[in-house]
Design a protein around this ligand. Sequence first.
Ligand SMILES: [Zn+2]
Length: 261
Amino acid sequence: MSSVEPNSEANWARYARQLSLPQWDEAAQARLGRARVLLVGAGGLGSPVALYLAGAGVGQLLISDGDRVGLSNLHRQILFTQADLNQPKTQAARRQLARLNPGCRVLPQPAVSPDTLPALLAPEGRPLDLIIDCCDNLVTRQAVNAACVAAAVPLLSGAVAGWQGLLALFEPGRWDTQGCYHCLFPAQDEAGSCTNAGILGPMAGLIASQLALEALRFLAGLPSPNSGQVLRHEALSGRWQRFALSRDPGCRVCAASLKEQ
Ligand SMILES: [Zn+2]
């Protein structure tokens, strides 16, 4: 695999269209190049997010997924093709992302579990800059949130099922007022995964694009209009809604970390 120097002339050409934005300067591009991001799940949300982040120049992208590519994945998991069937998703993702941008270092990771989470959140002993939860089950979401709270790592959480999707960013410095994912969903009553609810490919792409945009803004240090809010979309009515995040005083997950602050 060839490599591309972060500041090479070829890379300035690669990122020229985003560097043309008045809000996106060389410092923002450099911050992105230094960023280390963990993507939990390389499915309908994780696939477009990975493509956009790698294309934009994120320096290091860790991808956690224990599944293999299946035929029913291909209509929405646009990282993969027919040729990747039955291949481990993380390996297929690394091959595809290397073709897109060899300057992005893609590191396949095992699936999330209580055993793997601590190392996943702080590879080489250094905490990551951002976790993007694109998984498809509630147990993993709660486990990832609890680990992010314990390690004081920002969590960008996205979910999509049927015609509904939502996303929210949980930042360590704002837990006292905005809470954590468990404050938002204390019980496991969130909409189910697309395995049982069904989904059209572009619906996943729509929420994934919002996730990628939010991640790029956060990593580059740009302000977000969604800060402190849950962004929710219902595609049958076409309605976008925002709700303010607020801490649940009874949340046991972030309570312990707040005491430590
Ligand atoms: Zn909480």
